[in-house]
Ligand binder design. Structure first.
Ligand code: MG
Length: 468
């Protein structure tokens, strides 16, 4: 009798446990992060571009949220990606450097596996995970996505302009037809090389097909797809269907193909009946590469671009889409890619270890319209050096350096340059004079942040021994 009661109790407990697992799984939303490379704040029609057409992204913005104050963790590729995936400023895990600002094909290291990526955190909560596209967090097997919580990977391990073997013609001429062969960039599936050089003319299409296939494959299981396009980073390539179709020239063609891709992802989510259970985030890793003229994008009214800590380098055109769930409209609150890890973890019921400092906040109050963004400040790093801080609408620049211009000088500012980003999003009118209290407050925020940084070795400087 006792045995039978015990047995019944155990069976009830087991069913209750299974039930709770099922209930949790059913409540767990899917996440798709679409991350462009070097897309400017002004490059989408919904963000004001007059000649690039982005109907799919515009539609998601209109039916979801358009974020006007959304930032990345750094103004160049590698540290920005590290910040998104770990929810930590790259200074905390060595993914930035004043010497080599990104990883290169001869780099010996990458994102330490002791880091908790979004994929790793979500795996712990039962998610299926896939990385598609540009990685740039270490090209050696121990640093690739499959070592960082992703079940699969399909993409190029670093920037599409690396390993350049043809130097006779200009970068702009290279962005044509057969010239993809001028870049000895490998295409990987998981850790295996499947094509070299990668045919970049079809890369956006193939990334898209891979993402769509993953959506079909995952079915009802909760999933996270990180779709990191390798474009519009130069050299620019686009598929035959998008050749010379945009009023905005080749740069417009490339963005319009990415927009098509966004439409394909949305359609796949709808076809598979999971759109209403999926949060899609569209943004980019850093601002436009202005030194490439019409092959670089536009930061719109924001100052400067990629590589700089002016707004154009780190504020990105961002759209969030989750039909029937989000409070729709334009969001002027601050947010950052650093916030995705804690936000996703909260929504997925994933736990994060408390043995490290996180720099992200749970954005759920803004997503669902229940409150303000918990993000009050942003720290702007140039390499491993803190250059600027934003708190509320004020931003102080302690140091500035314009991006990718030969001979550009580092300038130090004491008192710092001070701008009111609400009144002056272009950062044109320095209001430091007479605003000592505001400057003191921003300096205090910078010092408080610096006090939380423990020095770690950089992962970006060490090189592999030269090939024999
Ligand atoms: Mg980039």
């Amino acid at each position: 009798m006792i045995l039978r009661s015990l047995f019944t109790y155990a069976a009830i407990a087991l069913f209750a446990a299974l039930d709770s697992v099922n209930a949790t799984a059913a409540d767990q939303p899917n996440f798709v992060v679409i991350f462009c490379d070097d897309l400017g704040y002004g490059d989408l029609s919904t963000f004001g571009h007059p000649t690039i057409k982005t109907p799919h992204i515009d539609k998601m913005a209109a039916e979801g949220q358009k974020w006007t104050n959304f930032y990345v963790a750094a103004c160049v590729c590698t540290p920005s990606r590290a910040g998104l995936l770990t929810g930590r400023y790259p200074i905390r895990n060595g993914m930035c450097s004043d010497k080599r600002r990104v990883l290169f094909p001869d780099s010996a290291r990458g994102l330490p596996t002791s880091e908790i990526t979004i994929a790793k955190a979500l795996k712990g909560a039962g998610y299926e995970t896939a990385a598609v596209g540009k990685w740039h967090l270490g090209h050696l097997p121990e640093f690739l996505p499959t070592s960082h919580g992703f079940d699969s990977y399909f993409g190029i391990p670093y920037s599409n302009d690396m390993n350049r073997i043809e130097r006779k013609v200009s970068q702009q001429q290279l962005a044509e037809d057969e010239n993809f062969k001028a870049y000895d960039v490998p295409l990987l599936r998981d850790t295996e090389e499947v094509e070299r050089p990668a045919d970049q003319r079809t890369i956006t299409k193939r990334y898209t097909e891979e993402a769509v296939q993953k959506i079909e494959e995952f079915g009802d299981k909760p999933f996270f797809i990180y779709l990191a396009h390798s474009l519009p980073h130069i050299p620019l390539f686009r598929g035959p269907d998008f050749k010379d179709t945009s009023t905005a020239g080749i740069y417009g063609d490339v963005i319009e193909e990415i927009d098509w891709s966004v439409g394909q992802v949305r359609e796949a989510l709808e076809k598979n009946g999971v759109a209403e259970n999926t949060l899609v985030v569209f943004t980019s890793d850093n601002g436009p590469w202005l030194s490439f003229n019409t092959h670089g994008g536009s930061a719109g009214l924001l100052r400067e671009g990629k590589g700089s800590t002016w707004e154009g380098g780190m504020r990105e055109p961002t759209v969030m889409y989750w039909p029937g769930k989000l409070k729709t409209g334009i969001v002027h609150d601050m947010g950052a890619t650093l916030d995705l890890l804690p936000t996703f973890a909260k929504l997925a019921g994933a736990t994060l270890p408390d043995d490290r400092v996180y720099d992200g906040h749970d954005l759920s109050p803004v997503l669902f319209g229940t409150g303000k963004s918990p993000r009050e400040n942003l720290f702007y790093y140039h390499g491993a050096t803190l250059f600027a801080v934003r708190k509320g609408q004020h931003k102080a620049h302690f140091k500035t350096k314009i991006s990718y211009v030969r001979g550009a000088k580092l300038e130090e500012h004491d008192p710092p340059l001070l701008y009111h980003l609400g009144h002056d999003p272009r950062e044109k009118f320095d209001i430091a004079e007479g605003n000592d209290a505001v400057i003191a407050d921003l300096k205090k925020a910078a010092e408080a942040h610096k006090a939380t940084i423990k020095p770690v070795e950089t992962q970006l400087d060490e090189r592999l021994p030269p090939a024999k």
